[in-house]
Design a protein around this ligand. Structure first.
Ligand SMILES: NC(=O)c1ccc[n+]([C@@H]2O[C@H](COP(=O)([O-])OP(=O)(O)OC[C@H]3O[C@@H](n4cnc5c(N)ncnc54)[C@H](O)[C@@H]3O)[C@@H](O)[C@H]2O)c1
Length: 306
């Protein structure tokens, strides 16, 4: 059985992936934050992405790295620099030095967030980041490309949409991905025999997708879930798109300058309510990260998340 290192495993996507990957792989989980509910087949190693020695320790002896650690939304540049640029470099470099070839990158739709919502884009488009966070993801893709071509590493970049048990608004109808589809995509990235440098989109089988995900399909990805099952309820409670950048561009609220108001498009579920769950299989409970009910124009979730 292969051993996977998952960095940032205490976070949201790690929490979705762990039960899905259980039994398929030995999971070495690392994070700067503790993980206390370890399951059989899982081990935990505390590590700071900012410390190369830590990353050399945790990447030693694994078959593949699933790199989820870092800052998962817009932030000031210093924070992005440390977590997503220095931290990413340390992790990739540590994997290379330890001879770990297969490396999965959690990049983001925000690497291409300034494409318009009325456009369909594939994995070959030139990056158009919508934030400092998006720029860090473009950096990750570029550094990973260097390591593929110069050092022969096997790189699988997943431009993830939004991982959740259900899409929460109109925008997420385009970019949602369920936990089990995310796990399937990771499995493709780990198992495909012929990866040098690939970019795929991390979305479920969404009718309203902005992404042509034929590259993922070519590599064997067959998503099981569809956002359309949630569309009626979401569209009923969502106002039509307006003229704000957040309505026009794929990156949503990330496309607004600081202080800008967020799109009506991204109207979230009314406080205290959970979206209806109608996927083919009972939706997994979202890892506990609460969105405080706020009256302000941007929710905490929107600042931090896809
Ligand atoms: N959640 C999504 O829908 C989504 C969408 C697009 C891209 N992504 C990307 O996927 C990855 C995982 O996302 P997530 O939602 O699980 O994020 P998250 O914020 O929930 O988890 C990130 C984890 O990284 C850890 N971390 C941060 N700085 C660290 C450091 N210096 N050393 C060690 N660990 C550190 C945090 O403790 C946290 O547990 C991120 O890179 C994010 O940018 C996520």
């Amino acid at each position: 059985m292969k051993t996977l290192l998952i960095t940032g495993a205490a976070g949201r996507i790690g929490t979705f992936l762990r039960p899905e990957l259980k039994g398929k792989y030995r999971l070495r989980l690392s994070d700067i934050a503790p993980i206390r509910d370890l399951q059989p087949g899982e081990t935990f190693m505390k590590a700071d992405l900012g410390n190369l020695k830590d990353m050399l320790r945790v990447t030693k002896g694994v078959d593949a790295v699933v790199h989820l650690g870092g800052n998962s939304g817009e932030a000031d540049f210093e924070r992005i620099l440390q977590a997503n640029i220095v931290g990413f470099h340390n992790t990739l470099e540590a994997a290379r030095r330890n001879g770990v070839k297969r490396f999965l990158v959690a990049t983001s739709n925000h690497a291409v967030g300034f494409y318009r919502c009325d456009q369909k884009i594939d994995h070959r488009v030139y990056p158009k980041p919508d934030s400092r966070y998006g720029v860090s993801k473009v950096f990750n893709e570029a550094l990973a490309s260097l390591y593929a071509n110069r050092y022969g590493m096997e790189i699988f970049c997943m431009r993830i949409g939004n991982v959740n048990s259900a899409p929460i608004d109109r925008r997420r109808l385009a970019i949602w991905i369920s936990g089990r589809d995310m796990a399937q995509l990771v499995t493709v990235g780990v198992e495909h025999p012929d990866i040098r440098f690939e970019i795929v989109y991390g979305i479920s089988d969404n009718k309203r997708a902005w992404f042509d995900n034929s590259n993922a399909r070519r590599l064997g990805y067959r998503p099981q879930d569809r956002s359309e099952a949630f569309a009626k309820a979401i569209l009923q409670r969502s106002p039509p798109p307006g003229n704000a950048p957040a309505d026009i561009f794929q990156g949503g609220g990330h496309c607004m300058a600081e202080g800008g108001t967020r799109s009506a498009l991204a109207s979230t579920v009314p406080a205290g309510k959970t979206p209806a769950k109608t996927s083919k299989r009972p939706a997994r409970k979202a890892p506990a990260k609460k969105t405080p009910a706020r009256k302000s124009s941007r929710s905490a979730t929107d600042k931090r998340r896809a």
